[in-house]
Design a protein around this ligand. Structure first.
Ligand code: SF4
Ligand code: SF4
Length: 388
């Protein structure tokens, strides 16, 4: 057994790709628990589980790791990409498996701590803990008004994680930086989900909406645009991240028809690193149908209409919306035909409403979206919705 120093752990993390490393006390985050609870009470969690499921546990690692004394927090960047061509788009953190490299980095740190006789556990993409608050306390980055943690040189283009340990390591100071007068992320949001600096209404954040199971609210479907998974708009607008963004490599958008036609096995090979509860692909197919409604022309409507006979009513209802949005003679005939045999009242409503939509609507500006709730103040987290 060999003793381990903080600088050795930093070197190990940096050797595995970390761009920022810090050490924080593992004391609770009462302000985070209070903020999460306030947002749940105000309805701003949008039904998301993640840290909202148990705000006390999310703000206190000792609830699950009573021996915890320190966090070794890290930020790991992921390759910058720029989507090209027409089709479905995936947020940059999910183009590859950003969390795989983060886990490798954290595992190396945890292994070294254990070799020194300490308890240590890697926490990556564990929605039960507020990894952003840990990163800020450890000085890995600062809270942006977008609710993302911003890291010098990379801005929001990182994934965050930590090793929790019982080692009494020296702690590092929080960063003395903030966004200053910049507010670029707020108007950049296509749905107005950033309702105030640092306050996210998860009900209308597209990154959250596309992860959440169930029906995508009708009033948000046009704003989904070509997004299959995740949303990068507030990150793209963020000046501290622009240098990283300038190094983006082009990546072809996904063929949405190909996704709709693919079987489970091939979808899991391509998208198995997405957050898909129970490895169930219905949210991915639901998203693809909404994208199809937004991006496909009338010559492709028959393929989308095929989902009007799908066994899952969730997909039938989103298919009805997509077919209605694409519009045209074939769409009208398909909806009329589907209505004759449809028994599910919710799907029938969707078909009726799609039939009533003669002219496809375009994405509404944020200001035209309905007011979906009041705001609260203070820092907030996006909870797995945007990659860290
Ligand atoms: S991820 Fe997209 S929808 Fe969510 S706050 Fe950022 S810009 Fe808005
Ligand atoms: S866009 Fe500006 S205000 Fe928003 S997080 Fe980035 S630096 Fe902060």
């Amino acid at each position: 057994m060999t003793e381990v120093t903080a600088s050795e752990l930093v070197a190990i993390a940096e050797g595995r790709g970390a761009v920022a490393v810090g050490i924080a006390d593992a004391a609770p985050f009462p302000e985070v628990t209070a903020e999460l609870q306030a947002r749940v009470d105000a309805g701003l969690s949008g039904g998301l589980g993640f840290t909202f499921r148990d705000p006390v546990r999310a703000g206190d690692v000792r609830a699950t790791h009573p021996w915890a004394r320190r966090f070794v927090a890290v930020a790991v960047p992921y390759p910058m990409t720029a989507p090209v061509g027409e089709g479905a788009v995936v947020a940059r953190f999910a183009v590859g498996d950003a969390y795989a490299s983060l886990r490798r980095c954290l595992t190396a740190v945890a292994d070294r701590l254990r070799r020194a006789g300490h308890r240590a556990e890697a926490i990556a993409d564990d929605a039960a803990l507020v990894d952003r608050a840990v990163a800020v306390r450890a000085g890995v980055g600062w809270w942006g008004k977008s609710t993302m943690v911003l890291v010098p040189g990379l801005g929001p283009w990182v994934v965050l994680g930590a090793v929790v340990t019982d080692a009494a390591l020296p702690t590092t100071e929080p960063m003395r930086r903030e966004c200053g007068r910049c507010v670029a992320c707020l108007p950049a949001c296509p749905t107005g989900a950033l309702v105030a600096p640092g306050v996210l209404d998860a009900r209308r954040c597209l990154a959250a909406v596309l992860q959440r199971p169930g029906t995508i609210p009708v009033e948000l479907r046009a704003a989904v645009g070509a997004r299959l998974y995740g949303c990068d708009d507030c990150l793209v607008a963020c000046p501290p991240g622009r240098r990283a963004l300038a190094r983006a490599a082009p990546v072809a958008a996904h063929d949405v028809i190909g996704i709709l036609g693919a079987d489970d096995r091939s979808l899991l090979v391509r998208f198995g690193h997405f957050y898909l509860p129970g490895r169930n692909l219905r949210t991915l197919r639901r998203n693809a149908l909404v994208v199809a409604g937004n991006v496909l022309g009338r010559d492709r409507v028959a393929i989308v209409a095929g989902f009007l006979g799908y066994p899952d009513p969730l997909l039938r209802s989103h298919a009805a919306w997509a077919v209605g949005r694409i519009g045209g003679r074939v769409a009208r005939a398909a909806l009329r035909h589907a209505l004759r045999s449809e028994r599910d009242p919710g799907v029938r409503d969707e078909i009726e409403s799609a039939r009533g939509r003669e002219v496809p609507v375009r994405a509404p500006a944020a200001s035209t979206l309905p007011d979906m709730g009041s705001t609260s103040s203070g820092a907030s987290t996006r909870d797995g919705a945007a990659g860290s």
